[in-house]
Write a protein that binds this ligand. Structure first.
Ligand SMILES: [Mg+2]
Length: 330
């Protein structure tokens, strides 16, 4: 019952945040699954959520997006879809290998990059491509990347071609290779990979050769519910960097952090902001594992719908019932 859920969330926010106004809050948020629905065709970043994020920023809240996706995808799917005139919004795409600041205006300002890790070396990406191809061929005899896919993997921007046809799968199967992120295998069509998709994720995540390549290149392996990332950084490192970055630290210093996420690759983000309030919108069985539970954590089921309930409850619970005369006319 939505009304009861909303009351529960409001009660939780009033208990954990007391009367803290939005201008003293910062949200550290995941993107895909939490703000963007990829499983329903075309819904993506829903207008209601765009408005809720914009309202939070306009009320003085700091919004930091920490996404496992690359900068190009974060820009296309999230930043460019925010209402015009909003900002600043901070973002750390590719699991924290970059940190940027985005302001949208009529001139269509491009993001300002505040921090950036050096890209993964081509030799590492080539070794990962080769080993992942072998792993996939062990499950699906005859599997090969096409010459076009190989070209995408080794191009400067990288990409994520769909290999579902070669795997004989009826769902999208992305193999992603990007110098600014690392390597990934991702099944975006279902919240939780099953059958062959699940086996392939495990095969990649627990392969000793992949682990050796990752250790040698200081990449992190993250096994999620429907993906395995072998990436430059992780969301925990991103949170730590964001909190220490000279451009951001003064802004975040005295604010209460609210961490918002939905899955396994958010675990490090919650751990790095253990002092914050933890909101989780993913599957119930992941809630305690990912957030650590406790009385400053809440599970709001429903992925993007859960996020909407949270942002609505946050906005309405922070609205002072008493109009203040010293702020009139501003
Ligand atoms: Mg997610």
């Amino acid at each position: 019952m939505p009304h009861t859920l909303r009351s529960t969330v409001t009660h939780f926010l009033n208990r954990t945040l007391d009367a803290t106004p939005i201008r003293e809050l910062a949200i550290l948020s995941d993107m895909t699954g939490t703000l963007l629905d990829q499983t329903d065709d075309g819904s993506g970043f829903a207008p209601s959520l765009r408005a809720a994020v914009a309202n939070f920023v306009e009320a003085g809240g700091v919004f930091v997006l920490i996404s496992g996706d690359s900068e190009a995808i974060v820009e296309d799917q999230f930043l460019r879809r925010l209402p015009p005139g909003i900002g600043p919004v901070f973002f750390a795409p590719a699991s924290g290998s970059k940190i940027g600041c985005w302001r949208s205006d009529s001139a269509g300002t491009s993001p300002e990059i505040l921090f950036e890790l050096p890209p993964a070396p081509p030799s590492t990406l080539r070794a990962l491509t080769q080993r992942v191809e072998q792993i996939l061929a062990e499950r699906v005899p005859g599997f090969r990347f096409t010459p076009e896919q190989r070209e995408v993997f080794l191009s400067p921007a990288g990409g994520r071609p769909d290999v579902s046809g070669q795997l004989g799968l009826g769902e999208i199967a992305w193999v992603e290779c990007r110098p600014d992120k690392g390597f990934a295998i991702f099944f975006p069509g279902s919240r939780r990979a099953a059958g062959l998709a699940c086996q392939l994720i495990d095969d990649v995540a627990y392969d000793s050769e992949i682990r050796t390549i990752a250790e040698d290149s200081q990449l992190r392996i993250i096994r999620g519910a429907n993906f395995c990332d072998v990436i430059l950084s992780d969301k925990g490192a991103a949170v730590n960097r964001i909190r220490q970055l000279p451009a951001l630290a003064p802004l975040l210093d005295r604010r209460t952090l609210i961490v918002l996420g939905d899955g396994r690759n958010d675990l490090e983000m919650y751990a790095a902001a253990a002092d914050g309030v933890h909101v989780f919108v993913g599957a119930e069985e992941d809630f305690t594992t990912v957030t650590g539970g406790g009385d400053r954590a809440i599970h709001i089921p429903g992925f993007t719908r859960g996020t909407e309930v949270f942002l609505d409850a946050l906005a309405s619970s922070r609205t002072s019932p008493v109009a203040r005369s010293d702020e009139s006319g501003r």
